[in-house]
Ligand binder design. Structure first.
Ligand code: ADP
Length: 297
């Protein structure tokens, strides 16, 4: 079958995939094409391709903060996922460039969209497992552009859409994956985990969006892992955080909690005063509920 698309400029790349602009030859519509190289993947990673397609198919066009899958096809060497084209860039670049400046109010609007998207995923029994600022894309370059969650290559399915999703589901998944710096303690410690890993990552993204660096950055991976499992972070440098509301700091503190069962759920996060625009509230203290843990090997 002749290819329906002409390939354009490179938009991004990962370990096994390159993402390029794709132009539909008949309609002239522009899309993004994630071209996944089957030859570069081992058997375990090959299994993630049908899962990514299934999850995108299941969720596409159902929520405005989830990337839309338009088409997919396979050639002997590659799998192509054709999705909506996001022209506004990654949240990551946006924060690092800060052009125009990102206010706390902007940050709350962005975080609300991420939490809305994750709440939708969790309601459908899906854990993203690789939430980070690089995987949140602005649909357009407009200042008030909507934001979508992308890259479901590591996502896992925990239960059927209508599963009750009790606390036992917080331990169902075991595959060790994710991005260091965003990984929750239970993932770093290779324990069973579930939806709360996404909520931890949201805490890290919120911290990053507000100050431009992540909370557990250390000189080496071992020190970083130790900081994560000890919930060892601070709202520093102080001159930067002094201007950030207690509600924003409370939002982060209620997510960077050691115990997955005590972390805010997506639904609770949506009701948090910071995402509701109530930044002047006096917030109660949050305990990171730390057990004694040894540094991972
Ligand atoms: P990988 O799983 O290999 O990391 P991603 O799906 O995360 O691949 O895509 C890699 C990068 O490509 C993203 O971080 C982003 O910069 C860019 N990208 C991905 N999808 C789109 C899209 N729909 N529109 C614009 N850019 C995209």
């Amino acid at each position: 079958m002749p290819c329906k698309y002409r390939t354009g400029r490179v938009l991004g790349s990962g370990t096994y995939a390159v993402v390029r602009e794709m132009i539909h030859i008949t309609t002239g519509e522009h899309y993004a094409g994630k071209i996944i190289s089957k030859r570069l993947m081992d058997d375990q990673h090959l299994l993630t391709i049908p899962s990514e397609i299934n999850i995108l198919k299941r969720l596409s066009r159902k929520h405005e903060n989830i990337l839309t899958l338009v088409d997919y096809f396979e050639t002997p060497n590659n799998v192509y996922l054709i999705t909506e084209l996001c022209t506004g860039g990654e949240l990551f670049e946006h924060i690092l460039c800060r052009k125009p400046a990102f206010t706390e109010h902007d940050a709350a609007l962005v975080m609300r969209q991420i939490v809305e998207g994750v709440n939708f995923l969790h309601m459908h029994g899906i854990v993203h497992r690789d939430l980070k600022a690089e995987n949140c894309l602005f649909k357009t370059p407009a200042a008030d552009s909507a934001l979508v969650i992308a890259d479901f290559g590591m996502s896992g399915i925990i239960g059927a859409a209508d599963s009750p999703g009790g606390l036992e589901n917080n331990r169902t998944l075991t595959t060790h994956c994710g991005t260091p710096g965003y990984m929750a303690p239970e993932m770093v410690l290779k324990m069973g985990y579930g939806k709360p890993v996404d909520m931890w990552a949201i805490g890290v993204v919120a911290y990053f969006v507000l100050c431009g660096h992540t909370p557990f950055e250390r000189d080496n991976p071992r020190a970083e892992a130790h900081a994560v499992v000890s919930c060892d972070y601070a709202f520093e440098p102080e001159d930067q955080w002094r201007h950030i509301s207690p509600a924003a700091q409370h939002f982060i503190a209620a997510l960077l909690i050691y115990s997955p069962d005590k972390r805010m759920t997506a639904k609770q996060a949506l009701d948090h005063p910071w995402l509701q625009g109530r930044t002047r509230m006096i917030m109660p203290p949050v305990s990171p509920s730390l057990p004694h843990v040894d540094a991972p090997a």
